[in-house]
Design a protein around this ligand. Structure first.
Ligand code: PEP
Ligand code: MN
Length: 338
């Protein structure tokens, strides 16, 4: 970290800050020019709030050199992390498809769609039992009953399942069988939830908050790793921009940026990003070409009758067609897709 002092800062103030930082364990190198004075501060700043230095009235500017995250950083671990989700490996050479309805709606619906997505090549079934809906009057999910239905199809089709957790209260029920515990965009900075998820070793799918920077997202992942759970998969699901023709704007650039900054696997959810079924194929192909380790796609046996997100859900036959096209893109970029 570099600290620049305001012009005319008194020696006693400079010495005061030097003692303060040395007391915190940092090593200080002074660099004085004709009309400026800088400190180069050496040491681990990941536990230090650089903005707190602006409390000193003679501090003009502070530049952080080191990233604020540590365990999620590629500098900490150079090799890609591969997360094992009920036997399916995410983060290796294979691009993995996760698919299923927005929500579990009935025994018939989840049974039918599980068979359909598996036949098309999906390796993990996604479906929400607890739904974070914008309106309290919208369908909220089947909750406990939804989890019980998911458990049945998981066994019948031998498919690992991913489902969203909204409260720490539900964690024991999720730990019974949910192979990949999803933290939705709206809970990306629910730090109480992240801390609890750090205490277990079950894989976590951490979605990007709709108005969060990559750094904030990685800091949320850091909470889980810092707690002791290394099994985190990041999911880009689009961010809020001024554009209104899609539900969110898929930030394709986050894929190469994350690949440079972190060793964690990165998957993409083109369904919530676009909000429209007709755009999903293009975004899926783009995501694989850009280096995504997987895709999470909403599929419903009858989207017109879906209780949530029908407008962005693919019919099973369209999903099967998309899987074929994505396979070609994966091979073209030197990867595999089963
Ligand atoms: C979901 O995947 O079901 C979901 C609600 O997505 P997000 O949290 O990205 O909005
Ligand atoms: Mn949805």
């Amino acid at each position: 970290m570099i600290i620049k002092f305001r012009e005319g800062t008194k020696k006693q103030d400079i010495d005061f800050l030097k003692n303060h930082l040395t007391g915190l364990g940092f090593e200080i190198h002074e660099n004085a020019g004709e009309d400026y004075m800088l400190f180069s501060v050496l040491g681990d700043t990941s536990r230090f709030d650089v903005n707190s230095l602006y409390a000193f009235k003679y501090v003009d500017n502070v530049v952080r050199i080191q990233e604020p995250f540590k365990k999620v950083s590629r500098k900490f671990k150079a090799d890609d992390t591969i997360v094992d989700v009920g036997g399916v490996k995410i983060g290796g050479n294979e691009v993995v498809l996760l698919a299923g309805p927005c929500a579990v709606e009935s025994a018939e619906q989840i049974d039918l769609v599980a068979g359909q997505i598996k036949a098309a090549g999906a390796r993990i079934l996604r479906a929400g039992a607890y739904k974070p809906r914008t309106s309290p009057y919208s369908f909220q999910g089947l909750e406990k009953e939804g989890l019980a239905l998911l458990k049945q199809v998981r066994e019948k089709y031998q498919l690992p399942v991913a489902s969203e957790i909204m409260s720490t209260e539900d964690l024991p029920a999720f730990l019974e069988f949910v192979d990949l515990i999803q933290v939705g965009a709206r809970n990306m900075q629910n730090f109480a939830l992240l801390k609890e998820l750090g205490k277990i070793d079950r894989p976590i799918l951490l979605k990007r908050g709709m108005a969060n920077t990559i750094e904030e997202w990685l800091m949320s992942a850091e909470y889980i790793l810092a707690g002791g759970n290394p099994n985190v998969i990041l999911c880009e699901r689009g961010i809020r921009t001024f554009e209104t023709s899609t539900r969110a704007t898929l930030d394709i650039s986050s894929i190469p940026v994350l690949k440079a900054l972190t060793h964690l696997p990165v998957i993409v959810d083109p369904s919530h990003a676009s909000g429209r079924w007709e755009y999903i194929e293009s975004l899926s192909k783009a995501a694989i070409a850009a280096g995504a380790d997987g895709l999470m796609i909403e599929v419903h046996p009858d989207p017109e009758k879906a209780l949530s997100d029908g407008q962005q859900s693919l019919k099973p036959e369209r999903f099967a067609d998309l899987a074929k096209k994505c396979r070609l893109v994966a091979v073209a970029v030197g990867r595999k897709l089963k």
